[in-house]
Design a binder for this molecule. Structure first.
Ligand code: ADP
Ligand code: SF4
Ligand code: MG
Length: 444
């Protein structure tokens, strides 16, 4: 038996063998929930259901990554973007099996990582490297740069001492550093240079795939651009595939071929870079794009700002996780409202829930929120009831009543939107998880 798997010959043509054109990485239904140990009744043991999946019994679960599916093709860069805390790093660590998934599969070069045992996984890890945001803490200050770069080669039994030193020096040069600096300590280098050392170290074991978790976020803008350009050059030279994570849409635009947008543990939209930036479909993506400062003066007057905070992943909103902040939240079907009436109802509901004004008289409130467009019919009656409660000073009851009347019956709160596939454009497809997709006319 041999564990040397050369390309092609000798390999059996079983279903697990990666074929030309297959994605390098395929992630299917990946989910990661953490037990929140500072949470309520955290001393309780984890209980598992018949499938071995942890179930919550008085213990809080942080639902950091939920049912994520995507693939990455050989040689491409998939950008992953989303606000801080939305689960990007957890997704990255779960993909690499640095943490075990709660559910789901990750196929790398055709092998299911979840099915690999310790030694097989260790060998596979050589092909999958990760670079973290903080170049300071990821380099051991007591080690010289040369041995830092050689460490992964040593761990995987690559080359002898002389061979490793030669390769380390060559790699330092390839990432844009002086090979003479082999004997220096990390503190002698700037942030950008330290990130180049990390690159050399990741490259030392000749990986196919590198996860870059906010690798330039701690750097100044000009240094950031230089390091990104080096990463692109190295991608071509070494035939690398990247999963590139950033909260910064401009960085993602610079480096990516396709882009996945993440919100509260879920991927809400995925498309080719040009398609995503020119024709965003998901309200969250649109809001993110509108909040990038645009130098074009014709666009500068409309600056959409995302309202409110990201909800807790411990109790994510029902239905669509973005619904608590979505500017396009869909009106319940039972009401027949104009867009203006619905916008007024939404603004009023939000303000009542936030207790965002002083109660004066009903007439003043009507004038403040509903002068132009006041719904009639069932929606009007629901508003009447809210006003009565407010006049009695019963804020919580008014808020509950508005939630029950206008939030909970919406499809956005009732049903989780499917991760729909748009019509194809070119060689790519556009995925978007939003109920508006059902009737939307796609223009490609
Ligand atoms: N080990 C952990 N235990 C509990 N919660 C965690 C753990 N790691 C991350 N989280 C939580 O998971 C969520 C996603 O975090 P993270 O993946 O770091 O987001 P991002 O990288 O997008 O900023 C956050 O709410 C975070 O607090
Ligand atoms: S499903 Fe509803 S709440 Fe979610 S993004 Fe679409 S319109 Fe907004
Ligand atoms: Mg992170």
């Amino acid at each position: 038996m041999s564990d040397v798997s050369g390309p092609g010959e000798g390999a059996s043509a079983g279903p697990d063998v990666a074929e030309e054109g297959d994605p390098l990485l395929r992630v299917e239904g990946l989910t990661k929930h953490f037990a929140n140990d500072s949470g309520f009744l955290s001393w309780l043991n984890v209980e598992r259901d018949a499938d071995g999946v942890p179930v919550s019994v008085g213990r809080e679960w942080v639902r950091a990554v939920e049912d994520v599916t995507f693939d990455i093709r050989r040689g491409e860069t998939l950008g992953l973007v989303g606000e801080s805390g939305c689960g990007k790093s957890t997704l990255a660590r779960t993909v690499l099996r640095l943490v075990d998934p709660t559910e789901g599969d990750v196929y790398f070069e055709g092998d299911n990582l979840a099915a690999l045992d310790g030694e097989a996984l260790r060998r596979k890890r050589k092909d999958m490297q990760i670079i973290f945001q903080d170049p300071q803490s990821s380099l051991d200050p007591r080690m010289k740069v040369g041995p830092i770069v050689e460490e992964p080669m040593k761990a995987h039994g690559m080359l002898d001492d002389d061979g490793r030193e030669e390769r380390a020096r060559e790699l330092l040069e390839r990432v844009g550093l002086d090979p003479q600096h082999y004997n220096r300590y990390p503190h002698a280098f700037s942030g950008g240079q330290r990130q180049r050392i990390n690159l050399a170290r990741a490259l030392s074991v000749n990986p196919d795939f590198i996860v870059c978790d906010e690798p330039t976020s701690a750097l100044d803008a000009s240094i950031q651009a230089q390091v990104l350009n080096t990463m692109r050059r190295l991608q071509d030279e070494f035939g690398l595939t990247y999963l590139f994570i950033s909260h910064d849409l401009s960085v993602i635009r610079h480096i990516s071929d396709r882009v996945a947008v993440m919100y509260l543990g879920e991927i809400v939209e995925l498309a080719g870079k040009e398609e995503l930036y020119e024709n965003p479909q998901h309200p969250y993506t649109k809001a993110l794009l509108e909040s990038i400062p645009v130098p074009d003066p014709r666009k500068s007057e409309t600056r959409g700002v995302l309202e409110g905070d990201v909800p807790s992943p411990i109790e994510p909103p029902s239905g669509c996780r973005f619904r608590t902040r979505c500017p396009e939240f869909i009106a319940p079907e039972q009401y027949d409202l104009t867009p203006e009436e619905w916008a007024n109802v939404r603004a009023f509901t939000r303000r009542v829930i936030r207790h965002g004004f002083e109660m004066t008289t009903r007439a003043d409130l009507e004038a403040e929120f509903f002068t132009e467009a006041r719904p009639g019919g069932a929606a009007g009656e629901a508003l009447d009831r809210a006003f009565v409660l407010l006049e009695r000073g019963e804020w919580d009851a008014a808020a509950d009543h508005l939630r029950e009347s206008f939030t909970e019956p919406s499809i956005c709160a009732r049903e989780q939107p499917a991760y729909e596939v748009d019509p194809e454009y070119g060689d790519d497809r556009h995925f978007c998880a939003c109920h508006l997709q059902r009737d939307a006319e796609m223009t490609h």
